[in-house]
Design a binder for this molecule. Structure first.
Ligand SMILES: O=C(O)CCC(=O)C(=O)O
Ligand SMILES: [Fe+2]
Length: 274
């Protein structure tokens, strides 16, 4: 069933195709303010419940063919340590993450999620939120759009994203855990802030309270669209507690057209080249 973005998103609150609308302008202004202040903007209730339910069903159906991987990495997403640095340098502190990835070619073309992602209206809306002159969907047949499924005990430990920003939409929250935590502007150009990064990593490993270290938590509900600038703000998804999976979709965009993932990245995230 082909459908219009107007029936997939809550169009009263988010009239994404009407660039002249005051409602849309307010949404954009508020989100830009949140991005400026905290590096994260939350658009609650963005996707309608029927589309969320359909996408969760699609994810559950595709899960047996998903790529599930446990990986040890540093907060800089390196998988190797640097022997020239001391053992407890943040570049040498390893964390373990595990989740499953359903790639773009495993998501039905006519699903509401795919229809939304492939629409010009959505790309244009994200472009406006990010205050960019141009924005393109990633062209990669595997990595452009994905569903990430976190099962019991899965999680994504502290890291800085390689990319400048990420656009996600939560589809299903677990019964416990799976919380998205971040430290706004942990580092900046020319200041890696290694002391704080190390404190957070060590305190997390020791199971200590992180509230004194500037850790914030985003209250994500199913349907919340998230725009997050994660390149300089370390963040994590805490381990899932209970049998109900955390399901989130990642919508990928680029500043240039025709961007494909390289072979290393495809293997890392999707476990295959095609
Ligand atoms: O699942 C999330 O909420 C965020 C995932 C994330 O940080 C990432 O994929 O880099
Ligand atoms: Fe991330």
């Amino acid at each position: 069933m082909a459908c219009d973005v107007r029936s997939i998103v809550d169009y009263q609150r988010y009239p994404i195709a009407e660039s002249e609308s005051h409602i849309l302008q307010e949404v954009i202004n508020r989100a830009r303010g949140e991005l400026n202040n905290n590096g994260i903007a939350l658009l609650r209730g963005f996707m309608l419940p029927w589309a969320i339910r359909q996408t969760v069903r699609d994810a559950e159906e595709a899960l047996p063919d998903a790529f599930c991987k446990k990986v040890d990495h540093t907060v800089y997403l390196e998988e190797c340590q640097d022997s020239l640095l001391e053992k407890d340098h943040p570049r040498n502190i390893m964390s373990r993450s595990c989740k499953c990835c359903i790639a773009h070619d495993q998501i039905k073309t006519d699903s509401p999620l795919n229809q939304l992602y492939m629409s010009l209206e959505m790309t244009n809306f994200v472009r406006l939120l990010l205050h960019k002159d141009v924005l393109y969907r990633t062209a990669d047949p595997l990595g452009a759009l994905s569903l990430q499924v976190y099962r019991e005990n899965d999680g994504l430990d502290w890291h800085f994203d390689r990319g400048e920003f990420a656009v996600t939409l939560l589809l299903q929250a677990p019964d416990g855990g799976g919380r998205f935590q971040y430290i706004p502007s942990t580092r900046s150009v020319g200041n890696e802030n290694y002391d704080l990064v190390k404190q957070v990593l060590l305190a997390s490993k020791a199971g200590q309270d992180l509230s004194g270290l500037g850790v914030k938590e985003a209250d994500l509900q199913p349907g919340t669209l998230v725009v997050f600038c994660g390149h300089n703000s370390m963040h994590r998804v805490t381990p899932i507690e209970g049998k109900k999976s955390r399901i989130i979709t990642v919508l990928s965009y680029e500043k240039k057209p025709d961007v494909y993932l390289n072979e290393y990245t495809r293997m890392k995230f999707c476990g295959r080249l095609k």
